[in-house]
Write a protein that binds this ligand. Structure first.
Ligand code: FMN
Length: 231
């Protein structure tokens, strides 16, 4: 089963993003025995910015005419069922290398099968001090457009940790990978026997949306009706 591991770091050399992504890969491999991992580091490819000419949407042309590695990257992901995506926060948002790639994928807007679409996804976002959650949220319009389903995410900030790969962040990345793997193969029982968590049953209480008649009347309810002009 083909699974894309998409690294959205902008470092040329191995980075924290890559290390966290590898932890997630180890998790998915543990759950999916026939996993075939296709690693893609966007920064290693020449992907030019969309120039907004919309030739890709012109029925006479029908494809992006920029000459770079974009189509090759699209081919790398062909046939994938799932994706692990890891990215650092840059300026409170997704790094430019990913934004540029997202914009280029628009060229397949009218295609029957959209590259990097219809995937189950696990997402890892990390930063030095803040804004991981908003950056994660910024991915969702893209995921939704591509009909991707995010099944697990993890957000970390480095703060005073010298090496985030030696913290609980590592275990959480493995867990994101494992959760993706288990979702891919929901029919298989979990590899490790787990003690099921006890489900907490709350006493039946009125909930938002229950009709007024179903709600148990409180002692105060008889005073709730105010007749106009009664004062
Ligand atoms: C251009 C740039 C912008 C950044 N913006 C933020 C930010 O908004 N918030 C934050 O907490 N860290 C920010 N960082 C720090 C990175 O998220 C952090 O160093 C991360 O570990 C880099 O990952 P990498 O090793 O894969 O490049 C920024 C770093 C760079 C280079």
């Amino acid at each position: 089963m083909k699974i894309v591991a998409l690294s959205c770091t902008q470092k040329r050399l191995p980075s924290l993003t890559d290390a966290l992504l590898e932890a997630a890969v180890s998790g998915v491999v543990r759950e999916v025995r026939d996993a075939e991992i296709q690693r893609i580091r966007l920064i290693d490819h020449r992907i030019a910015m969309c120039e907004g000419e919309d030739t890709c949407l012109d029925p006479e042309v029908g494809r992006c005419t920029l000459d770079d590695d974009f189509e090759h990257v699209v081919e790398l992901a062909e046939g994938a069922r799932a994706m692990l995506l890891a990215m650092p926060v840059y300026a409170g948002n997704v790094p430019a290398v990913l934004k540029i790639f997202q914009e280029r994928l628009k060229s397949f807007m009218n295609a029957r099968q959209r590259p990097f679409g219809n995937l189950l996804v696990g997402t890892i976002v990390h930063s030095r001090t803040m804004l991981t959650e908003p950056a994660l949220g910024a991915l969702f319009p893209w995921y939704l457009r591509l009909r991707n389903r995010n099944v697990a995410s993890a957000c970390f900030t480095q703060n005073d940790h010298e090496d985030l790969t030696r913290t609980a962040a590592y275990d959480l990345c493995v867990a994101v990978g494992r959760q993706l793997g288990m979702t891919l193969d929901g029919s298989r029982s979990p590899a490790v026997e787990r003690t099921a968590l006890p489900l907490v049953q709350s006493p039946s209480r009125p909930r938002c949306g229950d009709s007024a008649r179903q709600v148990h009347p409180s002692p105060a309810s008889s005073h709730d009706t105010v007749t106009s002009g009664s004062t």
